[in-house]
Design a binder for this molecule. Structure first.
Ligand code: IPM
Ligand code: MG
Length: 352
């Protein structure tokens, strides 16, 4: 089969890590007889620099015309400390989510045995932790209106909005993941304070009878933040609104000790987007030292979720495991010799 993949490498280490995932995908294509057609487009700070828009129309069109999007990272320090900047790279990411209808962000949280010593938690707490965060991605306080500043600039406001339909479609996905896994769904909200959270709870409660095989529990977000640290193994699938999901998914990913290794998928109405969960790591840009594994594993999610190529996805996961056992890893996780980003990519492609 022939598949079209849009490549949005973005800023910082984005281009380097995406290159390694492309190498690996090409090797998969060769082995399994698929051809992947890669087309690049601009996103983030580099798009602002080039055309003044962090998610240009051409990029949007390319995404719409592709079978999947492989995304690197966005962000540039020159915008981070400038609250007055008129356009920001992050707006590109939010525009992409909205325009592609990517209402769900899926982040699997898994531990790698060889990296457990890097976890900030005790090994016995985190070993074997394995859950999925299903974050709502196109609603809530990230997009609600009105938002802005009062005329005299002394007040600012954001609005958190959810509709019942938005809650239903993300919860449906949460139930689907739970059904494929250990049949437990934790709904994270702040129903003791927020009206939107009470709508979530009410809506989910209405859906429970349709899924008798799934055990559902509700947890306030502050409690969830605590329990992820105290007892991460208790979770199977966690579903939550946009901002809670933003915060909890970072927390969840770091407890594994493998932040540089975790992939993610954003799925919804149009083309799905696959990207590492880490950021653009500008300090490492151009040095060929960044860990490409999260992006390579994102390519595995792409094969599985967007193209339905399950064996091919597993082949990538297997070769990643092999590289870690063989110690062919970048400096962030190396015990002995550290390999360059490009060397890890070459090794993976050769051994697929
Ligand atoms: C993420 C990021 C983004 C978000 C930023 C860069 C806008 O933190 O994908 O989790 O807050 O959603
Ligand atoms: Mg985040």
């Amino acid at each position: 089969m022939n598949y079209k993949i849009a490549v949005l490498a973005g800023d910082g280490i984005g281009p380097e890590i995406v290159d390694q995932a492309i190498k690996v995908l090409k090797a998969v294509g060769k082995k399994y007889n698929h051809s992947f057609e890669f087309k690049a487009a601009l996103v983030g700070a580099c798009a602002i620099d080039a055309v003044g828009n962090p998610f240009p129309e051409d990029t949007f069109q390319l995404c719409m015309d592709s079978d999947a999007v492989l995304f690197g990272a966005i962000g540039d320090p020159k915008y981070d400390n400038d609250p007055k900047a008129k356009v920001r790279p992050e707006q590109g990411l939010l525009a992409m989510r909205k325009k592609l209808g990517l209402y769900a962000n899926i982040r699997p949280v898994t531990t790698f045995k060889s990296l457990l010593h890097k976890s900030p938690l005790r090994k016995d707490l985190v070993e074997g932790a394995d859950f999925v965060v299903v974050r709502e991605l196109t609603g809530g306080i990230y997009f609600g209106e009105p938002r802005g500043r009062s005329e005299d600039m002394t007040k600012a406001y954001d609005t958190c909005t959810y509709t019942k339909e938005e809650v239903q479609r993300i919860t449906k996905l949460g139930f689907e993941y739970a059904a494929k896994r250990n049949k437990r769904l934790t709904v994270v909200d702040k129903a003791n304070v927020l009206a939107t959270s009470r709508l979530w709870r009410e809506t989910v409660q209405e859906m429970i009878p349709e899924h008798p095989e799934i055990e559902v529990d509700f947890m306030f977000v502050d409690n969830a933040a605590m329990q992820i640290i105290q007892w991460p193994k208790k979770f199977d699938v966690m579903v939550t609104e946009n901002m809670f999901g933003d915060i909890l998914s970072d927390e969840a990913s770091v407890i594994t000790g493998s932040l540089g290794l975790l992939p993610s998928a954003s799925v919804g109405i149009h083309t799905s987007v696959f990207e590492p969960i880490h950021g653009s790591y500008p300090q490492a840009a151009g040095k060929d030292i960044a860990n490409p594994i999260a992006t390579v594993l994102s390519a595995a999610m792409l094969l599985e979720l967007a193209l339905n190529l399950t064996d091919e996805a597993q082949a990538i996961r297997d070769v990643v495991d092999k590289s870690m056992t063989a110690g062919v890893v970048t400096e962030d996780i190396a015990e002995g010799k550290a390999y360059k980003t490009s060397e890890v990519g070459d090794w993976l492609a050769k051994n697929i």
